[in-house]
Design a protein around this ligand. Structure first.
Ligand SMILES: Nc1ncnc2c1ncn2[C@@H]1O[C@H](COP(=O)(O)OP(=O)(O)OP(=O)(O)O)[C@@H](O)[C@H]1O
Length: 317
């Protein structure tokens, strides 16, 4: 008897439609391996929330060794799809989630060292004996009165401005077709790099308080990557019990270019314009209206007070 039945939530629009190819490879491979599965297709943005909620009501259960076949939830899509699914399951950390990357950025897959090659990602699901706890950031957005669970990062300022611009750019779709999705973020960087103004931002950790008047890019991150593989904190890990914060101050355009080169070569954390710390609890206050994003999804352009801590959930990885 199969160890599990896979219940695959599929966003075929992820990766600008590249997820369709990922799905075809997945179906062929699962048939070849004689694995039982059911697919649930999203028909509109956000539909993954309703699908997950319906599956929660009907068949998803906490991980246990005795249920055979175990009903295993699998997400096939990008970081945005996965973000919505984990947020529906906020109160159910012991329902394991497996993941087949099909997005353009796939930063969470990079962050947990999950192959972005479909068959290798499926092999990892098939070979895993049991689920593993993975950290996520639990963030309470005070002004918005909303709790979000974050797999990748929260960005305020340039980072979020880039995501907003890249998401709205026509070139993203074109570049994705060429499998150069990460370049759409680079293109957006050039657009907004001088538009983004310096902003005040404060941080309170268990031990210390910091204030910066010249904030430019703030990344509160669970693992190294944002923007499709850019290692904003190469030292972060979702398996270490710390939230990582990287604050870049606004500097002149030549320094920005130099910092960008250092970020791409992962040597930026020693720059005097970059402030880097790790903490278990964090309160961030950004009083001016700024773009913010969570896992690549824009929250808005507002002021924020965000309380963050780590929380764990089971992933079948
Ligand atoms: N059928 C659909 N049509 C349009 N949008 C959809 C559909 N299903 C889901 N979505 C939305 O697509 C958005 C983007 O998906 P996702 O982030 O998974 O892909 P991506 O942006 O290509 O990947 P990544 O975030 O890894 O770069 C999500 O906000 C999701 O709600």
């Amino acid at each position: 008897m199969n160890r599990f039945t896979l219940h695959i939530v599929v966003n075929t629009q992820a990766g600008s439609g590249n997820a369709k190819k990922v799905l075809a490879t997945t179906e062929n491979y699962l048939k070849e391996k004689d694995i039982t599965y059911t697919t649930y297709f999203t028909e509109y943005a956000g539909h993954e929330k309703k699908i997950t909620s319906d599956l929660l009501d009907t068949l998803l259960i906490d991980w246990n060794h005795s249920t055979k076949p175990f009903p295993l939830l699998v997400v096939l899509g990008g970081d945005g799809t996965l973000h919505e699914v984990i947020n529906v399951l906020q109160a159910f950390p012991n329902i394991p989630i497996a993941y087949i990357p099909g997005g353009s950025g796939n930063d969470f897959a990079r962050g947990i060292s999950l192959s972005r090659k479909t068959k290798e990602a499926i092999d990892r699901i098939l070979f895993a004996k049991e689920p593993q706890p993975v950290n996520m950031i639990r963030a309470w957005f005070k002004e918005q009165d909303e709790v979000r669970f974050i797999l990748n990062n929260i960005g305020i300022g340039l980072d979020a401005n880039i995501v907003s611009t890249a998401n709205h750019s026509k070139t993203k779709r074109f570049l994705n077709k060429l499998h150069l999705g990460s370049l759409s973020y680079l293109a957006a960087i050039f657009k907004v790099v001088s538009k983004q103004k310096a902003f005040p931002i404060s941080f309170k950790t268990d031990q210390q308080s910091f204030h910066f008047d010249q904030g430019y890019l703030c990344s509160i991150t669970n693992h190294p990557y944002f923007g499709g593989g850019v290692a904003i904190d190469p030292t972060a890990s979702p398996f270490n019990d710390e939230i990582s914060v990287v604050l870049v101050e606004k500097v002149n355009i030549f320094e920005i270019i130099y910092l960008a080169v250092r970020i791409l070569s992962k040597t930026h954390l020693t720059s005097k314009y970059i402030h880097h710390f790790k903490t278990t609890h964090l309160e961030v206050t950004s009083p001016s209206d700024q773009f913010a994003q969570t896992d690549g999804e824009i929250v808005g352009e507002e002021s924020y007070t965000i309380s963050c801590e780590l929380t764990k959930r089971l992933f079948w990885i």
